[in-house]
Design a protein around this ligand. Structure first.
Ligand code: AMP
Length: 207
C-alpha cells in the first residue's frame, strides 16, 4: 500500500498505520547510501562495485541516489551489468552535477526530502558505504527515525577498514552521556564484508 498525500507522523506501535508503510513487493530491496566522490580511495570504489554485483547475484533490488559518479555510480553500474534490478532517485537540480545514470530506471524528484522519502519507502533495509556529509545525513536520519520507532528496517554500516569507527565512537559517546539508550546499539549494525552486510539485512527482513 502506498502513502498518498502528506506524511503522517504515527508511532510504530499503532499497528493500523505507520508513518512509512512498507509497499507490497515481491523482491527484497536494499537502499545503498554512499559517497559521490570520484577521488576517494580506490578500495572504496571497488567495495561499491562488489556490493552491486553481489546484490544482483542474490536477486536483491538496489535503490540509490541515481547518479553515475563516485561509489553510487559504481554500485549501480555493477548491479545493472550483473542483471540486477536498480532504481535511481534523482533530484532535478542535481541531474547534471551527479550525472543521472540513464542506463537504469530512475525517478526524477524536486527535493532532497522527496528523494529520501522514496528511497526509504522503496526499501526493506539499508547499507551505508563510506561517504561524506550526504551519506552521513541519510544514515543518521534513517537511524533517528528508528530511534523514534517510526520503523524497524535494518541499517548496516559496511566498510573493510576502520572508516566508520569515529562514527561508532560518537554514538558510544552519546550513550555514555545517557543521551542515547544503550539498547540503541542494536540498531547500528556493522559489517566488514559484502556478504555479512547482505546476510545481516536479509536475516532481518520479515518474510
Ligand atoms: P556525499 O556522501 O556527500 O558524497 O553524498 C552522497 C549522496 O548523498 C549524494 O548523492 C548527495 O546528493 C546525497 N545527499 C546529500 N545531502 C542529502 C540530503 N539532505 N538528502 C538526500 N540526499 C542527500
Amino acid at each position: 500500500m502506498r502513502l498518498n498525500g502528506p506524511i503522517k507522523l504515527v508511532h510504530m506501535a499503532d499497528s493500523t498505520s505507520t508513518i512509512f508503510p512498507t509497499p507490497s513487493r515481491q523482491r527484497r530491496t536494499v537502499c545503498v547510501y554512499c559517497g559521490s566522490s570520484e577521488t576517494t580511495r580506490p578500495e572504496y570504489h571497488a567495495l561499491a562495485t562488489r556490493l552491486g554485483e553481489e546484490m544482483a547475484q542474490r536477486g536483491v533490488r538496489l535503490v540509490y541516489g541515481g547518479g553515475s559518479i563516485g561509489l553510487m555510480g559504481r554500485c549501480a553500474r555493477a548491479a545493472h551489468a550483473a542483471g540486477g534490478d536498480v532504481l535511481g532517485v534523482m533530484p532535478r537540480f542535481l541531474e547534471k552535477k551527479e550525472i543521472v545514470l540513464k542506463d537504469v530506471p530512475h525517478r526524477m524528484v524536486d527535493t532532497m526530502h522527496e528523494r529520501k522519502r522514496i528511497m526509504f519507502e522503496e526499501s526493506d533495509g539499508f547499507i551505508v558505504l563510506p561517504g561524506g556529509i550526504g551519506t552521513l545525513e541519510e544514515a543518521v536520519e534513517t537511524l533517528s527515525w528508528r530511534r523514534l520507532e517510526l520503523h524497524a528496517k535494518p541499517l548496516v554500516f559496511l566498510c573493510e577498514d576502520d572508516f566508520w569507527d569515529p562514527f561508532f565512537h560518537l554514538i558510544e559517546h552519546t550513550i555514555e552521556a545517557n543521551l542515547t539508550p544503550r539498547t540503541f546499539v542494536d540498531a547500528v549494525l556493522k559489517a566488514n564484508n559484502v556478504d555479512d552486510a547482505l546476510d545481516a539485512i536479509e536475516a532481518r527482513i520479515p518474510a
